[in-house]
Design a protein around this ligand. Sequence first.
Ligand code: PRP
Ligand code: URA
Length: 210
Amino acid sequence: MGVTVVDHPLIQHKLTLMRDKATGPKDFRDLLEEIAMLMAYEVTRELALEDIEVQGPLGPAAGKTISGKKLGIVPILRAGLGMVGGILRLVPNAKVGHIGLYRDETTLQPVEYYCKLPEDLAERDLFLLDPMLATGGSAAAAVDFLKKRGARSRNIKFLCLLCSPKGLDVLQKYDPEVDIFTASIDLSLNERGYILPGLGDAGDRLFGTL
Ligand code: PRP
Ligand code: URA
């Protein structure tokens, strides 16, 4: 599958509101949650189904149910947290792991500070969440964490709002089996590793720490 740009009109409309610097933390949070939910609709398109029968008011009815595969959601702290609620609205039984990483402001390299993941990663389809794929360092480090704890590359889907062409290239080269879903491929990165035009610092806008 590789890279999928999820360009549904509702997503593009909401993303434009998020780019607007006049949008404050409450609306930013709500919009991120809504976009994550809309993206989850696309990302779960391939989930396997099995046939079941239920007893309806007028008799038996043939139907479908999502078959046994377990799901896991893994936000990269902090900004990935803003995507969790929207996805859990659609897949409420998924387990949630957390990976804490921040970018060193000088080197732009990811620094780890927390990791707590479900034990049975090898058996799960995993949605790795971070709104921003900039240099690609944080996403690659997070994929590495998951794989070292047993996850299979082909079962990892990385969901972001925005990516830079460089970040996309870095993550794809790092692990071509990880599928990437994004709402936009932006133009470039600035000298401080920010996505252009982007939306600024996602974590700060989400939590009001500007
Ligand atoms: C941001 C963002 C990503 C990372 C992307 O987090 O949420 O995790 O930068 O940059 P990269 O692709 O160049 O690694 P940040 O380090 O600012 O931490 P925060 O979410 O705690 O603010
Ligand atoms: N992290 C952000 O929050 N925004 C960017 O543009 C790049 C990294």
